[in-house]
Design a protein around this ligand. Structure first.
Ligand SMILES: Cc1cc2nc3c(=O)[nH]c(=O)nc-3n(C[C@H](O)[C@H](O)[C@H](O)COP(=O)(O)O)c2cc1C
Length: 410
């Protein structure tokens, strides 16, 4: 088959796939490249209606799972190799993330080779990415032991449709000569023009009430919320299957070097009649640093009431002096920058802010940070106000907390 003619097939005829053909394809696909020639994969073949029915919910009940004559789940598998080592007086060390990546690579290469061979025989195939969305369900249905993890599912059968060929981005959009060339407004316009002009895509945008096709992806098809939830499920399952250890599963990794620009929330609060403001720098939507000080102090920060977010920008000048600026968009849409946040607040607040930011940066859970701040024994009144304020601001970032709580006090 000419690759220019290949397409995903999601509807199949009732005609079965002869065992001899299926077995030949499964065997021949193993000629694909594999790490250390270890073949770090296993293939689970599902033909019975009952097992397909059990698998379907893990694939969001996509109809192909129950309608295709054959469903193949390809798993990253270090179990067999590990057992082999253990039976041969060798000590395996494959219960780690690197080994999972190697096994997943092997499994995906096997999967693609199988697809090429099957399509060459005139079979139709659909790749189901849902395999890694709820892997635990698949593991339970297929009885997968530790060190085995499903990474790809194929539904296979004789085509009962010939869908239109899908578009592809122009080659220039994904090829970089020698070094990676950053994309610009202009090049993105050029590379996505064709995709965005397609009638079916325009229709998607319209029926979903969106402004752009990209919004259909971010807001509907693959949302941040779903991705984060399923990422957590993926980590939990990798842990259960022994590919990672409990301390290697933080949802958000530590970023030690502060990015030059951090998005930031501006939180105002009142403390014993004094007006305070906190700038909370965010990374992955979690506090990464916090600067707090008096608001209406002459030396302090004067900010329009409407400003509730912005960015904190770190500057390092030629002699290594650091400075943090706050930038926001004012009501008329102009960027406004307040230079030198550090200069505006009392040095004492600033020192404590550095300390707390250090703790936040290493992702101590917010409830622990609040307890730590609250437990500080501070003598001076104003620093105690600072302490109360910081604890209150951080409460906004506790999972499930009410954001509006603090702003009410304005
Ligand atoms: C990682 C991955 C996940 C996919 N998941 C699904 C899926 O869950 N359901 C589906 O119908 N198609 C799925 N597909 C198929 C794609 O939708 C399809 O390849 C793409 O739209 C391009 O169409 P074409 O293969 O016909 O050229 C997946 C493909 C890949 C590579």
């Amino acid at each position: 088959m000419n690759i220019k003619e290949r397409r995903t097939i999601r509807k199949y005829t009732q005609q079965p796939i002869p065992n001899e053909l299926l077995n030949r394809l499964i065997e021949e696909a193993a000629r694909t490249q594999t790490m250390g020639n270890l073949q770090l994969y296993s293939v689970v073949v599902t033909k019975s209606a009952e097992m397909k029915r059990k698998l379907a919910p893990a694939h969001f009940n996509q109809p192909m799972v129950t309608e295709a004559p054959v469903v193949i789940t390809v798993c990253a598998d270090f179990r067999r190799t590990t057992d082999w080592c253990e039976f041969r007086n060798a000590v395996p060390g494959y219960n780690n993330l690197l080994s999972f990546m190697n096994a997943a690579t092997d499994a995906l290469l096997y999967t693609q080779t199988f697809c090429n061979l099957a399509e060459e025989e005139g079979l139709g195939v659909c790749f189901l990415g849902t395999t890694i969305y709820m892997p635990q369900q698949i593991i339970e249905v297929l009885d997968l032991p530790k060190l085995v993890f499903p990474v790809a599912t194929l539904t296979v059968g004789w085509p009962d449709e010939k869908p239109a060929l899908t578009d592809r981005l122009p080659m220039k959009s994904f090829v970089h000569e020698e070094t990676y060339q950053p994309y610009t407004d202009q090049s993105i316009n050029q590379f996505y023009a064709n995709k965005e002009a397609l009638e079916e895509n325009k229709h998607f945008v319209e029926i979903n009430g969106k402004e752009t096709l990209a919004q259909v992806f971010t807001d509907i098809r693959y949302t941040k919320k779903d991705n984060e939830l399923m990422s957590q499920g993926l980590l939990d399952t990798l842990l259960r299957q022994d590919f990672i250890k409990p301390d290697s599963t933080p949802m958000f990794s530590v970023v030690e070097t502060r990015p030059e620009i951090l998005e930031c929330d501006v939180v105002r609060f009142q403390n014993k009649k004094e007006k305070w403001v906190a700038f909370v720098g965010l990374l992955d939507n979690l506090p990464y640093e916090i600067f707090t000080g008096l608001m209406d102090d002459e030396e302090g920060i004067a900010l329009p009431k409407s400003v509730t977010s912005g960015r904190i920008i770190k500057h390092v000048d030629r002699d290594g002096q650091k400075r943090y600026d706050f930038q926001f968009i004012n009501k008329r849409g102009y960027k406004t920058t307040i230079e030198g946040l550090s200069e505006k607040f009392s040095p004492e607040y600033w020192d404590y802010a550095k300390l707390i930011s250090g703790v936040l940066r290493y992702r101590m859970p917010i409830d622990h940070v609040i307890r730590l701040v609250t437990s500080l024994q501070l003598e001076k009144d104003n620093i105690n106000s600072w302490k109360v304020g910081v604890a209150r601001v951080l409460r906004k970032y506790l999972p499930g907390s009410q954001e509006e709580e603090l702003l009410d006090e304005e």
